[in-house]
Each structure stands twice: as C-alpha cells, then as structure tokens.
Ligand binder design. Structure first.
Ligand code: AMP
Length: 403
C-alpha cells in the first residue's frame, strides 16, 4: 500500500480543516536558549504549507525527557517562539497537552492559525507500553481536531517509536506523510536500493553495541566500511592489542573479532590515533601507531595518517553514509579526525557523490565545526530512526502510514 503524502492532502483541499501535525522539535537548549534550531527549520515547510493553504494547524511535539508530568524546564515555549519567527506568523502555545486550554484554543482556531500543544511527553500516556493508555491519549488528540480532521506525520526523529502521537493517532485519522518524513524516507531508500558505487559507510561514535545491527546490515552491501571514534578500540582489543584507557566494550570483543574475520576486505580501521593522558580538553596528547597505545593513555581521535587514508577512500566514493564522530570533537584538540572525514565527504559531494549524514552527533559535529549543511546531499534529522531504517527494521511511525 502506498503512503498518502502532504501533497495529496493539499490537493484535496484543507481550507477550514483542522490538521494535527507531529513534528520533531526536540532541539538542544542551554539555559532556555535554543543552541541549534535545525529541527525547527526542517519542520517549518510542512507547517507553512498547511497554514498557507488555510488549514487550522495543531502541532504536537516533545522536548527532552520530562518524567511524564509538566515540568517548566521542558516547556515548548522557546520552541513556539522560534517557530513563529521562522514562519513569520503567530504561533500560540497551549498551557497543557490535551486539557481544557488546548481544547478551548483548538475550538477558537481560524483558517491559517497555528497552535502548538505543550510538550506531549508531559503526558505519561505518550510513551506508555500499554496500548490502551496510548490510545486514550490519541483519542484526546483526535478530539482536538474534530470530525473532518487529518493527521500529518512529519517528525522523522520519532518514527521509530511506537508512541501515541506518532503511531496510535495515525490509526484514528486520515494520515499523510509530511515533507520531512517523505524526504528522509526517499533518501534512505536510495541508500538501500539504488546506491551508486563505490559505496562507503563511515561509522564512529562511542559504542559498538549501538552500531552492531547497522554494521551487520550494511557490511555485505557496501564497498568500504570505515570505522573510527570510541567504538574502534573494541576492534583493536579484538586483535589482541592494548587499548590503554580507551573506551572498550569487553562484551563485544568476540563480536568484533568475528566482524573483522568476515568483512576483512570491507572494514577499514585507523592506522594511527591521537592519545591523551586524560579525558579533558587540555589533556597532554600525542600521535601513536594503532598498535602502540601506551598504558595509562586513551585514544580520543584518529591520527593524521588515518585521516589521509580515509579521505582517499571517501573522495573517490559515489555514495557515502556517515554516522558518528571520529573522535571527541567536542574538545578542539581532538576534532581533526572528524573534520578531516567531514571535509572529504564534502569534497566527494562536490564531485557528484550522494552523501548522507545520519543525524545525532554527526549532524551536531558538522554544525559545530562550521561546515555548511549544503556540503552534504542530506543531513538527517533522525539519528536513531535513520540507523533503524538502514538496519532493515520496520519503523512503526512509517508502517502505520501505509495502512
Ligand atoms: P554516539 O552517541 O555513540 O554517536 O557517540 C558520540 C560521542 O562519541 C561523542 O560525544 C564523542 O565525543 C564520543 N567519542 C568519539 N570518539 C571517542 C573516543 N575515542 N573516546 C571517547 N568518546 C568518543
């Protein structure tokens, strides 16, 4: 069954209809200030299109991990203000999720108005494992949009979650994929179905256990799998080498040994690393070969020789997927590996490669390093969701749109 899209909904006409949109507006905050509005910017086109077409728009989203109860620290107030600025139109914020205020405000909406509900995770039913509880919340959301309402799923970062505002509500209303969800799925489908070769995947970040399923899914399909970041040290330990105080997941050593055996011709690991005498921004550091990590030191970045080798692979690739930094890029002293890999992917892209940055920390790294988003073909807004898609898992928030 095919998924109905926002275009289908707009073509059918939405003037005067109330449309509930699930967006992913989970932006990083520092002292109440939004430090990276990327997800709000990415969510705006769907909301703008609906408001301009005369729909009464109700946006639902989460922020952080409140404990299933209202908590001013996690109010969507700064997000509503930022969205209003981006859309250039008023965005009201309800004082509750589906309570009296949300109901009164939704009844008062006129065509083109935008109403944001308070943080959906203030309601414990949103993430409940009990389907009946989730359905109760979904029904309360449906009540806000009324009889001829519709649901647009646009929060790509949450489509791998079976939650009330992502999954259950879609079963109760005519449902459509928003622009962002549509674009993300199109990009990921391209990576799984029609990737042009050579196809290189770069994986980093802290834990092998988080990436194991995606390694298993992608290793047989790609030409090169470059591994860096904290997860690399478990691969070193798997070769019987000393990792000093570097991150190492003991329980994954045998798995890494097995992966190295099975995919010896595909997996590329760093030849040198930058080691530090402590986990801090101003630690003493030096470059050492991968098999000479001194006792008491920890690897916090890949070394210059590795950057050179990885860059040579990446600049020749026609398809690149990258998830996870090569080192502790949050400390300027250990950002060079991540920067080098990012720049090589940008160069490949400028030569016509199709490149995707898989959300989360890699997207944050790109922005922190000051590399323009346009350097890549696509920066995903959902780290977890994009990994699960590539692992071949069914994403409940997408599957439900097919029904
Ligand atoms: P993840 O959330 O698994 O994608 O991991 C991202 C985090 O991994 C970032 O915060 C990096 O600082 C961290 N990281 C990358 N390389 C290393 C390393 N060699 N040692 C410790 N942490 C690392």
């Amino acid at each position: 069954m095919t998924v109905q899209t926002l275009k289908d909904l707009l073509d059918a006409g939405v003037e005067g209809r109330t449309v509930l949109v699930r967006s992913d507006l989970n932006v990083p905050l520092d002292g109440g200030e939004i430090t990276d509005p990327g997800r709000i910017v990415a969510s705006a086109p769907t909301l703008r299109a609906l408001a301009e077409a005369g729909a009464k728009v109700i946006v639902t989203a989460h922020l952080g991990r409140p404990d299933g109860q209202p908590d001013p620290k996690f109010s969507l107030a700064p997000v509503a203000a930022k969205l209003a600025e981006i859309l250039g139109r008023n965005v009201q914020l309800a004082g509750d999720v589906v309570g009296q205020d949300a109901l009164a405000r939704s009844e008062g909406l006129t065509d083109g108005d935008v109403l944001m509900l308070e943080n959906i995770r203030f309601d414990p039913r949103e993430t409940s494992k009990d389907e009946a509880e989730r359905v109760k919340l979904a029904k309360a959301l449906v009540e806000l949009v009324g009889d001829d309402g519709a649901f647009v799923s646009d929060g790509f970062g949450v489509v791998h979650r079976k939650q009330a505002s992502v999954f259950d509500v879609a079963k109760l209303l005519p449902h459509y994929a928003g622009y962002l969800v549509g674009a993300e799925v199109e990009v990921l489908a391209k990576l799984t179905q029609e990737a042009e070769r050579p196809y290189a995947v770069v994986l980093g970040g802290s834990k092998v256990s988080d990436k194991l399923a995606v390694i298993e899914a992608l290793a047989p399909k790609v030409d090169t799998l470059v591994i860096g970041g904290g997860m690399f040290y478990t691969f070193l330990a798997a070769q019987g080498l000393s990792v000093g105080n570097s991150l190492c997941e003991e329980s994954m050593i045998d798995t890494c040994k097995d992966l190295l055996d099975r995919y010896a011709d595909v997996i590329h690991i760093p030849q040198d690393v930058v080691v530090a005498d402590s986990f801090s921004a101003d630690a003493e550091s030096k470059v050492v070969p991968f098999n000479e990590i001194p006792d008491g030191w920890m690897g916090l970045d890949i070394g210059p020789e590795s950057v050179k080798r990885f860059a040579a692979i990446l600049t020749g690739a026609k398809t690149v997927f990258w998830n996870g930094p090569m080192g502790v890029f949050e400390f300027p002293k250990f950002e060079a590996g991540t920067r080098g890999v990012a720049e090589a992917i940008v160069e490949a892209t400028s030569k016509g490669a199709f490149s995707v940055v898989g959300g989360g920390d890699s997207a944050a790294a790109v922005r922190q390093l000051g590399i323009p988003d346009e350097g890549f073909s696509h920066i995903s807004t959902g780290g977890g969701a994009s990994l699960e898609y590539l692992e071949g898992k069914e994403l409940p928030g997408i599957a439900v749109l097919e029904g």
